[in-house]
Design a protein around this ligand. Sequence first.
Ligand code: GLA
Length: 503
Amino acid sequence: MRHLLTALVLTTSLTQAGAALAQTQFDGVWLFDHAAPNPGVTMLQVASEGTRITGAVTTKWYGPVTMQNARLEKGVLSFEVRNLNDRDHPTQTWTVRRTLKGVQLDGKMWESKIDAGGRRGTLREAEARAFRFQTLPAWAPVEQAPLAPTPPMGWSSWNKFAEKIDDKTIRAMADAMVATGLRDAGYRYVNIDDGWQGTRGPDGRIRPNASFPDMKALADYVHSKGLKLGIYSSQGPRTCAGFEGSYGHVQQDAQTFADWGIDYLKYDLCSGEYFYADADTVKRSYAEMGAALKATGRSIVYSLCEYGRFDVGAWGRQTGGHLWRTTGDITDDYATMARIGFDKNGNAAYAGPNGFNDPDMLEVGNGGMSLDEYTTHMTLWAISAAPLLMGHDLRQTPPAMLALLENREVIAVDQDAKGVQGKPVRKDGTLEIWAKPLADGAVALALFNRGDAAAKIDARAADAGFTTITHARDLWAGKPVAADALAFDVPAHGAVMLRLKGK
Ligand code: GLA
């Protein structure tokens, strides 16, 4: 709405001033016909009044990007662009210069370079190119469907394949999920992440790109294997990888996904963050899709991906969501995995049946960490009741990795019906003990050594809230251990996982 007003004010002032009264050589409308797809600049509008210069650059990805602190110095118009992510990206300054043919616009949007030439346009052309804003429905909570009593388990294409995905690979992953025994260990969802989208048809219906000839047939295939199919979209005009998003097509896309037989949607804020930049609009944009999914009548697990902003765990369920990312993206290295898993895995109070904090997908099997580090990764996600979404090529799962991913006792901790997210109960320098109460009265304990040298860690009854431990099992070793001998040598970056009974 704010953009809409800006655009209107701008158009009105341009209309009133008219080209003849323009006060700087930049005033007026400039049209861009060949700008790079990201962010897809279509138009520049500038108006000046005395020394005050206002304006906007219209883009396909972000709508009109309003000029901030616009100023004219030595014949160059420069301005700042609203920064939604100033922790990771510096504020960008864009510049406009006059050329023989018109104007030259330079700048950067995130990592993408803008280097585009524009020609003089008319107000009529400006109106024709004006970005079409969508109205966000007023806030209305969406009743959550009970589709994730325990954290979702499965596989997603992003960590390994990024946007290089196709029908054949997805089918191969479904096959491998069965052949490796991973399906029978509990992994069910085969999730197509970003990169499946093509263009919209004349009726606005989204069509997959040429790598996915028939989504319904793919869903049928995945279902025939006893698995479920997931897909990905964004509330912005574009997804993070630059594919078509659901902006302006929310209900239509939800219906298309349902028609295809989709069982899971990851909805990623991405270019939508330029439109929905505060708690209220972000929340409403998630509720809009949540309601649309619900209206299809199909059971679709709803995954919120907005990187943990605005305390998402406090309201994720009210949008119909079942899991919500708590962080930016994981990468396949110990430092990133540990930073996310130990310190950014969300407020445990929000987790419970049908709603889980999501510290992002697994990297186990991708090769960037040692066996001990991947053991920590798996232990940490399980003790945290995190979704277990594998992110490697399932056709190439080394036996040691398969053993980590298929350990039934560790999976049982993650999938425990009580749905409690474990928390640290004791810390001693780089050593941490985490506990997760389980439905049958037992307690899972994780002993983590975050240090660079092996260390001894002892588990105490009090760590599990007991006075005495009566039974103990070492879940990675797969054997019972004496309840009075719970001191373990834990390798650097490694972990031990226990299931304890006591009184
Ligand atoms: C964002 C998400 C990732 C992945 C990519 C796809 O970065 O956080 O998990 O979905 O987009 O482009």
